[in-house]
Design a protein around this ligand. Structure first.
Ligand code: HEM
Length: 327
């Protein structure tokens, strides 16, 4: 995602020097990046103090590895648990992957790139510090974050209501992105929605009504695909399905996310048996990994006054169950 060339100089001056332009794409992505940047700097301080003989590069890379593992832990233990409909809680224990044949460097297939484009989830308007803020105006400009601070940003993100994932629910400013996604699926000549269902061990659908109970969705699919359910495309079919109760995502997305997330996140090389040990991360880094399961853990360590009185992430559970469908 590129920064617009026309960005005024005073707005450009509020952007942060992140590793990529995408991190500045909204105030909220900038906030999450800032949180991890602060945690990395904090870890550098702790690791350097405990190892006075280490050069800067070694301190930097060790803190970086600790940050990566902490991110994986937050993803599995907080985020995946949050979006999944299951009642049991997952732990980021990598040991079941040690003997699995698919333990390897992680990579992202095109299907994952498309199925994770949850653009209809993004609302037109978020809440910033108690007041409505259009998201289209919150892009590539970090002035409110500079003014109000990271705590307000994380609290605002946690209190902002997302929209329900699905067809006919994309904010106006993101419609071109949906079009680009459709085009990518066609350019890559992906197999049909039904073929992917079969591959994921779901039965093939034979009627449009098996995809969704929403008559408007069914009518549009029939019109678009000339009454032939075999023609439904992967990208469209994914988002046309109805999410099951307690789930943020429709069934085929849910199954493919689970498969990909676990064959990617937990097979990260840093979690392999000869690497995932105290001497890789230093005793201070290892202890920090053990103490990290949620964004709140990270925020507690990196906000000047901690997180008392702030909502950090978990409250989003409520939001997902009541997310509005606009039409
Ligand atoms: C204000 C919010 C957002 C904006 C402005 C935005 C914008 C974009 C744009 C412009 C692209 C490139 C499209 C293309 O040319 O193919 C993209 C790709 C993508 N988006 Fe978003 N997006 C937003 C939120 C989200 C959210 C909430 C998710 C998922 C939870 C998401 C997931 C993705 C993924 C997986 C890709 C493909 C990544 C890649 O190819 O590198 N986006 N987005």
């Amino acid at each position: 995602m590129k920064m617009p060339d026309s960005l005024p100089a005073d707005r450009k001056a509020t952007l942060f020097a992140f590793g990529g332009e995408r991190a500045n794409s909204t105030l909220f992505t900038a906030a999450i990046n800032t949180l991890f940047l602060r945690e990395h700097n904090r870890l550098c301080g702790v690791i350097e103090a405990a190892n006075p003989g280490w050069d800067d590069e070694r301190v930097f890379q060790t803190a970086r590895n600790v940050s990566v593992v902490q991110l994986i832990k937050v993803v599995v233990e907080e985020y995946i648990n949050h979006i999944s409909p299951y009642w049991f809680r997952l732990l980021s224990d990598p040991s079941p992957c040690y003997t699995a044949g698919w333990n390897r460097e992680n990579w992202i297939p095109v299907e994952f790139n498309l199925l994770y484009r949850w653009h209809s989830l993004v609302p037109e308007t978020a809440v910033w510090n108690g007041a409505p803020m259009p998201i289209s105006g919150a892009r590539f400009g970090n002035q409110p974050l500079l003014r109000d601070g990271l705590g307000i940003a994380l609290d605002s993100a946690s209190k902002s209501q997302v929209w329900r994932l699905g067809l006919f629910n994309t904010a106006e400013f993101l419609r071109p992105v949906e079009l680009a996604s459709l085009k990518q699926g066609r350019d890559n000549r992906l197999a049909s929605y039904n073929d992917y269902r079969e591959r994921m061990k779901y039965p093939r659908v034979t009627r449009f009504e098996q995809i969704s109970g929403d008559p408007e969705v069914v009518a549009a699919l029939k019109r678009l695909y000339a009454n032939d359910v075999e023609r439904v495309e992967f990208f469209v079919g994914l988002f046309a399905e109805d999410p099951p109760e307690r789930s943020a995502v429709p069934p085929l997305i849910g199954r493919m996310v689970a498969l990909d997330a676990f064959s990617h996140a937990l097979t990260n090389p840093l979690l392999s048996p000869h690497v995932f040990k105290e001497e890789t991360f230093s005793p201070a880094g290892w202890a920090s990994i053990a103490k990290t399961s949620s964004l709140r853990d990270l925020a507690d360590r990196n906000l000047p006054n901690g997180t008392a009185g702030l909502r950090i992430f978990r409250s989003l559970c409520q939001i997902i169950y009541f997310a509005p469908k606009l039409r």
